[in-house]
Design a protein around this ligand. Sequence first.
Ligand code: MLC
Ligand code: AMP
Length: 509
Amino acid sequence: MSNHLFDAIRAAATPEAVFIETVDGRSWTYDDMLAFSGRLASTLVKLGIEPGDRVAVQVEKSPEALMLYLACVRAGAVYLPLNTAYTLAELDYFIGDAEPRLVVMTPRTRDGILPIAQRYGARVETLDEAGGGSLVELAANAEPDFTNVARAPDDLAAILYTSGTTGRSKGAMLTHDNLLSNARTLKDYWRFSRADRLIHALPIFHTHGLFVASNVVLLAGASMYFLPKFDADEALRLMRTSTCMMGVPTFYVRLVQHPGLTREAAAAMRLFVSGSAPLLAETHRTFAEKTGHAILERYGMTETNMNTSNPYEGDRVAGTVGFPLPGVSLRVTEPESGSPVADGETGMIEVKGPNVFKGYWRMPEKTKAEFREDGFFITGDLGRIDERGYVHIVGRGKDLVISGGYNIYPKEVEAEIDLVPGVVESAVIGVPHPDFGEGVTAVVVRESGVSLNEQAVLGALTDRLARYKQPKRVIFVDDLPRNTMGKVQKARLREEFSDLYSDLAGRSK
Ligand code: MLC
Ligand code: AMP
């Protein structure tokens, strides 16, 4: 029986070749991966997981966690990874919305999540960063030879939540073919082969680290160093025995500030990829001066996987995201009407192709609103295509902050701040931050006579919002600037506070 995504992964696997090495010296071959993901898949079936059931996973990064994703694919389940920074309040929403049959968490967070999972009828198992936990104990006695559950190209492989500009987060439904077609395209476009070793320092609960990095390695039969998190010293050390790295711009900002980044240090490397947020042209240039490597920037999103990429051979132009990938149609339109803009003009980026998701989980109206009649997905990113065909992202039509590659929707943060006693209203903006690209910043109006300070506002958010969503600074003002329609003028606030973090320049890690 055919399992669309996993059949391709299995076909690319060389049994004895190394698949993952960790910095603490553990190592997994492709054979190990097949056996362990088989044991886990057998366990999932024994636990009653049926095709289409969601398996929610909030665990620290480990090879075992990645194999749990593969086990879900093999068992026909829908993998639902959750950022480890999410608070219990946030998890309550995700678990309630997705209704997973199983929730896998770290032993450390079990007590907090257990009542939430039980409330929604989900079973609970654990997995820790060292590869232990109740799920692994169950798997120890399970059968490694697993007959994969049949899955067609259009069947769901994963749901990844992305925050919404209005209201609650939306679960992007990704099919087997969304993931497979995109990973195949990237493997070829970026020339991945068995000879490659990737420095994997991204989290594995978002598209970049989970699908782009891991699926490309798997389909190439390549190997990777798995780092628990990004660390510039460690990345530089591993560059001597690796060939590629994929990262968010913060990785590159930190690397160019490191005295160890030299031509010699990067001599064994063939490719550095950046994405998830805009890479400053200055970072691109400095990196090239220091190493001789032009970082390859590409553009994607949770709903679409990767859409564009600078070329492997040819000019990798700083400040652009390159060309639409093979099989991906991209156009720039008038945001309201959807009609194409004149050549070279700025408008809404829309995409269509096998990479584009199936829709938002249980939100048919939201799904409909974000697609045009002819099937193009409206990304919310503003861009233009230059005379050479390179796509430039020039802004966002959506009110979104991207900090260190994580998306933060101001509305979600504003809603929490507005609940703090003494707050009249708030506006959350992103302003330039030397390390994270943009720093989440709250501009708050407080009730007259109330002695509310920055610490009190931040303290009230601790248990409500993931750490990366919490403002780095809270500024108090008498009034928020508004236009004649009464809408808060965030552009004015962004300009007024544009230097807020400039004193941190040169001090990032
Ligand atoms: C950590 N912190 C952040 C943060 N990451 N704050 C804002 N933005 C972030 N991204 C908090 C920490 O909790 C900590 O809080 C403080 O900031 C300093 O932490 P740090 O030690 O400097 O952070 P570090 O652990 O080094 O993490 C920074 C990072 C990491 C950039 C390496 O955030 C990261 O790996 N980001 C990658 C995100 C990603 O994978 N995005 C892809 C999404 S998919 P305290 O408590 O100390 O104050 C996508 C589609 C596509 O976008 O196209 O790819
Ligand atoms: P996410 O919802 O986390 O998948 O984030 C997707 C968003 O990240 C896109 O809609 C873009 O706004 C942004 N993004 C991704 N890659 C790039 C890039 N190379 N340059 C600028 N923005 C990017």
